[in-house]
Design a binder for this molecule. Structure first.
Ligand SMILES: [Zn+2]
Ligand SMILES: [Zn+2]
Length: 911
C-alpha cells in the first residue's frame, strides 16, 4: 500500500462512493435516539431507519449512505469491560452503512462492496473472504443467490466463500418483524496477526477466535417478515442494510495492528502521553489506562455535544460514569489534575470538520469535563478508601461479592459509579452485585420522587398498533404513511372513527363514563414533541348522534400512529361514526405564545451569555415555559434582566415568523439550530424570526404565533440550577404575564398605601424605617443595660453575710457575660473581702459568673469549684481561675435553686 489514507479520507471515500452510485447522504442522527424511549443510546447505524423498515416511516429517498455515531455502554451490547483491554472494543464508535429501502438488492450490494474494497481501497483480492447463509436446520432456504453473486465477482477466489448458519449469517431485528440472511466480508491480516499461534489446538479461521481474520462488513438482505418462531413470510419489498465498523476498516487500511494505533486514536493517546511525560516504552506498559482515557474522551465529547452532560440518572449517569472512569484510570498514570478537556480538545480538532456539533459546542464540552472531574476529585479519595475497607472485609470473611446496597452508597455519598467499583473489585479478584446496585438506585430515585427509570419504559403496545394500522392501511381506511398529522391547519372536515380501544382491547361501542383511545385517519391535535405539551379538546359527533369525548391526552404508541385518549362525557358512539375534532384553541394560543417566546429566549441567551448557552431541554405548557440550557454558573441579576429585555424588545418589534419546510442538510448549512434528542426527517420544518437579519432560526415542529407581538409580555419568574453546568429559566407570557405583573403591582399598591408613600419612594422609606428600628433597638439595649446596672447597684448596698464574709448572689435579667463580669469587678472594688455569684440568661440558657477576693483563696475558697457546684444544678459546667470563673447551663428554671449552693459551698470550704 502506498501513502496511508487518513481516517477522515476513508470515511469520505465510503460516502462519496455510494453517493456516486445514487445514494443520498444522510447525516448521523444524535446519540440520543429520537422518538424511541426503549433505547438509551443510538447503538447501530440502522436505528434512525428502523421505522422505515417497519413501514411506518417514509423517506424521500430509497438509497441512503451514512456514517452513524454509536454508543454501546449499557444494556445487551455492553462491552465496557473489554474497552481498553483489547484492540477492538470501544464505547463510542462509528458505523458506515449503505441502505436500500425497497430499491436495489443483493447483486448491487455485493458488487459495490467488492468494487469499493478492491478498486477504491485496493485491498488485495486474495485476502478477502465472504460468508453466506445456509440454514443448519434446513428450514430456511439457503442463500444461493448471494453465493452466486460472489462467485461472479472479478478476481474473487471461489475457495474464499463459506456457508454459515443462523448465528453468524441470519439477522433479525426482534423476535418478530423484518429479517433475512446476510453476507459478511472478512479480511485476512496474515498469520503474523494471530496471537494464539503458540496454542497447538488453535486453528486460524473465519469466525474463529484470533485476530488474523477480521469481519469488516456485514450486508443484510431483509427479505422476510417473521410472524412467529416458525412462520416466515416473504416481504413484498426487499431491503439492504449494511454495517461496516469504521475503526476496524481504518486499522486495516492504515495497516496497524490495533484500532488504537489508527489516526482516530493515536493523537489522543499522544496527548495523554504529553501530559504524563512518559516515554513510549512506559506508555506501552500502561496500555489499558491510555486506551480507556482515549476511548472515554471520544465518547464524552460526542455525548456532551449531543446535549448529554454528566448527571445523576439515565443517559446523564452514563456520561458522568465515563468521565469519572477515565479520571480514575488517569490516577493510575499519576494524572491527578483535571485532564479530560485537554484530550477532548484533540477529539474536537480531529472530528470537528465532519461532526460540526463538536466545534459548535466546544466550550460546553471542555467546561463540563473539567467541572465533572473537579467534582469527582472532591470525594474520590474518601470513596476509594472506604471501598478498600469494604473489599478487605469481604476477603476476610471469605466472600467474593460486594453487596449492591453498599455499592450504591459509595455512589450516593462518594460519587463512585458502579462501573468504577466493578473495575477495582475485579482488580482484586472480587465481584459486585450490579443487580442490587440498580435496585438500590431505583429505590432511591423513586423515594426522591423522580420518575421511572429507562429500563422500565416499555414499548407495550407497539405491536398491537402496528398490526391494527397495517390492516387499516390495507383496507384503504388509513393512509399508507399512517395517521395524517395536521396540527398547523384549520379544522374543516369530519373524519371516521377507525378504532376504539377500551381497557386495552378494541371495542365496537363506548358510552358515558368510559375511558377510551380513539384512532382517526387524521388529527389536528398537536402531540407532545420538542417540549411542547399535547393539545386537549373534544371529539364530537358529526352526524347528529350527540356524543362527546373529552380528550385529555395524546399518545404515539408507534411511529405514525397517533391516538386520542379521553373520556366519553356524553352519549354513546361506535366505530365508524363520523366525528369532528375540536382542539381547545384558547389553550393552544397560550401554548403558542410560550413556544415562540422559548425561541426568543434561546436567542437572547446566546446574545447575552454566549453560544455555549444551548438548549438542554424545555417545557412549553399553557401556563408557563421552562427552558434548560448549558451555562456553568448562576446568571447575575443584570444578565437575567438583559435577557428578559431582549425578548421583550423582539416582542415589541412585532417580527413576523417564517415557517418553511426544507431539506435537513440545507437548514443546518444555513445555521438553523437543531436540538438534541430530536429525530429529524429528511425534510424539516424551520422557524425563523426577524426581518432582514434573522433573530432566531430553529428546526422545530411546534406551533407558533404569527408575529412576535402576539406574545404580549414576557417575564422571567425563576433562574436556578438543575444539574452541574445546566441552568433553568422559567417564564410566563401573555395574559399570565399580565396577571403576574398585576398581582405584584397590587402588593406594591398595598404596601404604599400602608406606608403612605409613592411607589418610587418605597425602598427609601423601608430603608429609613429599618434605620430607625435599628436605632430604637440600640436605645432599648442601652436602657436595659442601665436598668440591670441600676438593680445591681441597689443590691450592692444590701448584701448578706455568710460565716462573717460579705456575699452577693443575684439573678439579673438580660445581662450578657461581659456585663456580669463588669458587675463582679464592681463588687470586688467595693468590698475588700467577699464572694459574688451572678446569674442571667442568654438565648434562654443560664449563664453564671463567680468571683471572690484574693484573701479568701488563702482561706480555702476557689471560684472555679464554686461555679462548678452551682452550675451543676442547672445542668451545666464550667470553671476558671481561683478568683474568677464562669459557667453555662441548660435549665434556666433552676437558677434560684442553684444560687442556694453558694452558702453551702462557703460553709463547707471556708477555713
Ligand atoms: Zn489464529
Ligand atoms: Zn421550538
Amino acid at each position: 500500500m502506498q501513502e496511508k489514507p487518513t481516517g477522515a479520507e476513508i470515511r469520505q471515500d465510503f460516502i462519496d462512493f455510494f453517493v456516486e452510485h445514487g445514494h443520498t447522504f444522510v447525516p448521523s442522527s444524535s446519540l440520543v435516539p429520537g422518538g424511541d424511549s426503549t433505547l438509551l443510546f443510538t447503538n447501530a447505524g440502522m436505528v434512525q431507519f428502523k421505522d422505515v423498515f417497519l413501514g411506518t416511516d417514509k423517506r424521500p429517498y430509497t438509497r441512503a449512505v451514512n456514517a452513524q455515531k454509536c454508543l454501546r455502554v449499557s444494556g445487551k451490547h455492553n462491552d465496557l469491560d473489554q474497552v481498553g483491554r483489547d484492540n477492538t472494543h470501544h464505547t463510542f464508535f462509528e458505523m458506515l452503512g449503505n441502505w436500500s429501502f425497497g430499491n436495489y438488492y443483493k447483486k448491487e450490494a455485493i458488487t459495490w462492496a467488492w468494487q469499493l474494497l478492491t478498486e477504491v481501497w485496493n485491498l488485495p483480492k486474495d485476502r478477502l473472504w465472504a460468508t453466506y447463509f445456509k440454514d443448519e436446520l434446513d428450514e430456511i432456504p439457503e442463500d444461493r443467490e448471494a453465493a452466486e453473486i460472489w462467485l461472479a465477482q472479478p478476481g474473487f477466489d471461489p475457495d474464499h466463500l463459506l456457508p454459515f448458519g443462523r448465528k453468524e449469517n441470519f439477522w433479525e431485528m426482534a423476535d418478530t418483524g423484518p429479517c433475512g440472511p446476510d453476507t459478511e466480508i472478512h479480511f485476512d491480516r496474515g498469520p503474523e496477526y494471530c496471537e494464539k499461534s503458540d496454542d497447538p489446538d488453535h486453528i486460524c479461521q473465519i469466525n474463529g477466535d484470533c485476530e488474523r481474520f477480521l469481519e469488516i462488513w456485514n450486508n443484510v438482505f431483509i427479505q422476510y417478515n417473521r410472524l412467529s418462531e416458525t412462520e416466515l413470510v416473504p416481504l413484498e419489498k426487499t431491503h439492504v442494510d449494511t454495517g461496516m465498523g469504521f475503526e476496524r476498516i481504518v486499522s486495516i487500511l492504515q495497516d496497524v495492528p490495533s484500532n488504537y494505533k489508527t489516526d482516530l486514536f493515536m493523537p489522543l493517546i499522544k496527548r495523554v502521553q504529553e501530559l504524563t511525560g512518559h516515554s513510549d516504552e512506559v506508555r506501552e506498559t500502561n496500555l489499558t489506562p491510555y486506551r480507556v482515557i482515549a476511548d472515554h474522551a471520544r465518547a464524552t465529547a460526542f455525548l456532551i455535544a449531543d446535549g448529554v452532560v454528566p448527571g445523576n440518572i439515565g443517559r446523564n449517569y452514563i456520561c458522568r460514569m465515563l468521565v469519572r472512569r477515565a479520571a480514575r484510570f488517569g490516577m493510575k498514570l499519576d494524572l491527578n489534575e483535571p485532564f479530560m478537556a485537554k484530550v477532548a480538545k484533540v477529539v474536537i480538532d480531529n472530528y470537528g470538520d465532519f461532526y460540526s456539533e463538536l466545534k459548535r459546542n466546544e466550550k460546553a464540552i471542555l467546561d463540563s469535563l473539567t467541572r465533572e472531574e473537579e467534582q469527582f476529585q472532591k470525594t474520590v479519595s474518601a470513596g476509594l478508601e472506604q471501598l478498600d475497607e469494604l473489599l478487605a472485609g469481604i476477603k476476610k470473611k471469605g466472600d467474593e461479592i460486594l453487596d449492591g446496597g453498599a455499592t450504591f452508597e459509595l455512589y450516593a455519598t462518594h460519587g463512585l459509579p458502579l462501573e468504577i467499583t466493578q473495575d477495582i473489585a475485579e482488580e482484586q479478584g472480587l465481584e459486585v452485585d450490579s443487580v442490587g446496585f440498580s435496585q438500590a438506585m431505583e429505590a432511591h430515585r423513586l423515594a426522591s420522587g423522580a420518575g421511572k427509570g429507562f429500563g422500565e419504559m416499555g414499548s407495550e403496545d407497539v405491536e398491537v398498533y402496528t398490526k391494527l394500522t397495517k390492516e387499516l392501511q390495507d383496507s384503504g381506511k388509513l393512509d399508507t404513511a399512517g395517521v395524517t398529522y395536521t396540527p398547523y391547519q384549520a379544522i374543516k372536515d369530519s373524519v371516521e372513527i377507525l378504532v376504539l380501544i377500551k381497557n386495552g382491547k378494541t371495542t365496537r361501542t363506548v358510552e358515558v363514563g368510559d375511558t377510551v383511545e380513539v384512532l382517526l385517519p387524521k388529527t389536528w391535535f398537536y402531540v407532545e414533541s420538542g417540549g411542547q405539551v399535547s393539545d386537549t379538546g373534544q371529539i364530537v359527533s358529526a352526524d347528529g348522534k350527540d356524543w362527546i369525548i373529552r380528550v385529555t391526552e395524546m399518545r404515539k404508541p408507534a411511529a405514525s400512529v397517533i391516538v386520542h385518549v379521553g373520556e366519553v362525557v356524553q352519549g354513546q358512539l361506535e366505530k365508524g361514526d363520523l366525528a369532528l375534532v375540536q382542539v381547545d384553541m384558547e389553550r393552544r394560543t397560550k401554548i403558542m405564545r410560550n413556544h415562540t417566546a422559548t425561541h426568543l429566549l434561546h436567542a437572547a441567551l446566546h446574545k447575552v451569555l454566549g453560544g455555549h448557552a444551548r438548549q438542554a431541554g424545555s417545557l412549553v405548557a399553557p401556563d408557563r415555559l421552562r427552558f434548560d440550557f448549558n451555562h456553568p454558573e448562576p446568571m447575575t441579576r443584570e444578565e437575567i434582566l438583559a435577557v428578559e429585555a431582549e425578548v421583550n424588545h423582539a416582542i415589541l418589534a412585532n417580527y413576523p415568523l417564517h415557517i418553511e419546510e426544507k431539506p435537513l442538510q440545507k437548514a443546518i448549512d444555513e445555521g438553523a439550530m437543531a436540538l438534541f434528542g430530536e429525530k429529524y426527517e429528511a425534510e424539516v420544518r424551520t422557524i425563523s424570526i426577524g426581518d432582514e437579519e434573522r433573530l432566531s432560526y430553529e428546526l422545530c415542529g411546534g406551533t407558533h404565533v404569527d408575529e412576535t407581538g402576539d406574545i404580549g409580555l414576557f417575564l422571567i419568574t425563576y433562574e436556578g440550577s438543575i444539574a452541574s453546568g445546566v441552568r433553568r429559566i422559567e417564564a410566563v407570557t401573555g395574559w399570565r404575564a399580565y396577571q403576574l405583573a398585576r398581582e405584584r403591582m397590587n402588593i406594591l399598591h398595598e404596601v404604599n398605601h400602608f406606608l403612605g408613600t409613592a411607589p418610587a419612594e418605597t425602598v427609601q422609606k423601608i430603608k429609613n424605617m429599618e434605620d430607625s428600628l435599628h436605632a430604637a433597638e440600640k436605645e432599648i439595649e442601652k436602657l436595659r443595660t442601665q436598668l440591670v446596672a441600676g438593680a445591681f447597684d441597689e443590691q450592692l448596698d444590701e448584701i448578706e453575710e455568710i460565716e462573717g464574709i460579705p456575699v452577693l448572689k443575684m439573678i439579673l435579667l438580660d445581662a450578657d457575660m461581659d456585663a456580669l463580669r463588669g458587675m463582679a469587678d464592681k463588687f470586688r472594688q467595693k468590698y475588700e473581702t467577699g464572694v459574688v455569684v451572678l446569674a442571667s440568661q442568654q438565648d434562654a440558657k443560664p449563664i453564671l459568673i463567680a468571683a471572690l477576693t484574693e484573701d479568701l483563696v488563702q482561706r480555702g475558697l476557689h471560684a472555679g469549684e464554686l461555679v462548678k457546684k452551682v452550675s451543676s444544678i442547672v445542668g451545666g459546667g464550667g470553671g476558671g481561675r481561683p478568683t474568677l470563673a464562669q459557667a453555662g447551663g441548660k435549665d434556666a428554671s433552676k437558677m434560684s435553686e442553684a444560687l442556694d449552693q453558694v452558702a453551702v459551698y462557703i460553709r463547707d470550704n471556708l477555713k
